[in-house]
Design a protein around this ligand. Structure first.
Ligand SMILES: Cc1cc2nc3c(=O)[nH]c(=O)nc-3n(C[C@H](O)[C@H](O)[C@H](O)COP(=O)(O)OP(=O)(O)OC[C@H]3O[C@@H](n4cnc5c(N)ncnc54)[C@H](O)[C@@H]3O)c2cc1C
Length: 315
């Protein structure tokens, strides 16, 4: 026997927790599943200074507050419950397959987020949050007046490198090839910025530091080199967790799910919110906004579905 819900939410980061809070508060029978502890990427975030209402808050504290808040409205939260697959039956019912069984609901909100791609060099993991960052908007302001390194050669690396010069005294952009993949307009803008210096054909070997980042070590045309820097920003891609939906669902080339203005995907009764969907910016505030929109849209969908079922029963 599978358990029946109005709404199943996959992922307990800020997007899923906001969706869960709204759905539970609208009296929808809602369950939220996360393969780990609640919080998503908030748990990898040291200090947050750009979430409205909090001058400064630790990531794990914001995660705890969001979880407690949603639970107070009756959200059924299940941690350490990985979703293996979301399938759709002929009548539109969604089947959410878990290791422990399956859940069924007419509405599923996918809030599975994603993770920045790692370089995989010594020092990266050890110094994450202590000078190693994957988000210029989030962390740039912590590096006022410092010399920074950006790693990557695509649009994000050049755009974010340019953005970081608002704070940094100098930004080195290290790229492993001798040409950038980024759009020419972004390359021109970066080239015209006197604070940016390109370091091409540079294979990063190590991020050096004890309590915080002190330097970046790389090999360039066979020679070992080191640049003293106060921070390293890595922009070599982001991997959305969008692969768990069994039927075809529209997505872009990067695997991000495509949605309309109500955050509905190409599958009826399936929403995508937060970092897993194609959008301009991946931030906590936007994830929370997405969760809200999807929960309200799902509630309206469930109303319409009930009306249709009532009418069909009367006919
Ligand atoms: C180091 C770092 C610092 C950041 N700093 C800031 C900042 O200062 N300010 C800011 O606004 N933003 C910041 N961000 C970005 C912000 O954290 C994200 O935009 C936000 O967390 C996205 O929320 P989300 O709910 O969409 O996804 P996530 O936070 O990624 O949460 C997704 C959740 O889904 C779960 N999940 C995935 N797959 C499954 C599955 N198959 N079954 C069950 N559960 C699953 C994951 O375990 C995770 O808990 C930062 C990000 C990083 C990595």
């Amino acid at each position: 026997m599978s358990e029946q819900f109005d709404v199943v939410i996959v992922g307990g980061g800020p997007a899923g927790l906001a969706a869960g809070l709204y759905a539970a508060r609208m009296n929808l029978r809602t369950v939220l599943l996360d393969r780990g502890p609640l919080g998503g990427q908030l748990l990898n975030t040291e200090l947050i200074e750009d979430y409205p209402g909090f001058d400064s808050i630790q990531g794990h504290e914001l995660a705890m507050r969001m979880g407690d808040h949603a639970r107070r409205f009756g959200l059924d939260v299940r941690e350490f419950e990985p979703v293996m697959e979301v399938d759709v039956e002929a009548d539109g019912t969604k089947v959410v397959r878990l290791e422990s069984g399956e859940l069924r609901a007419p509405a599923v909100i996918v809030a599975a987020g994603g993770l920045p791609r790692r370089l995989g060099v010594p020092g990266e993991q050890e110094l994450a949050g202590r000078g190693v960052s994957y988000c210029a908007v989030c962390d740039g302001a912590f590096f006022k007046g410092q010399v920074l390194a950006v790693v990557g050669g695509g649009d994000a690396a050049l755009e974010e490198g340019d953005f970081l010069t608002r704070y940094a005294s100098k930004v080195y952009i290290l790229h492993r090839r001798n040409q950038f993949r980024a759009q020419p307009v972004l390359q021109d803008r970066a080239r015209a910025n006197p604070k940016i210096e390109f370091v091409l054909e540079a294979q990063v070997r190590q991020i050096v530091g004890d309590q915080s980042v002190q330097a970046i070590r790389y090999v360039q045309r066979g020679e070992e080199r080191q640049l003293p820097v106060g921070g390293v920003f890595i922009f070599i891609g982001f991997v959305p967790n969008s692969g768990l939906i069994r039927p075809h669902v529209e997505h872009d080339a990067g695997g991000y799910l495509l949605t309309d203005r109500e955050l509905r995907t190409s599958i009826e009764g399936l929403w995508a919110v937060g970092d897993v969907r194609a959008q301009l910016t991946r931030q906590i505030a936007t994830a929370v906004g997405d969760g809200t929109t999807a929960a309200v849209s799902a509630s309206q969908y469930l109303e319409r579905r009930r009306d249709q079922q009532r009418q069909a029963a009367l006919a």
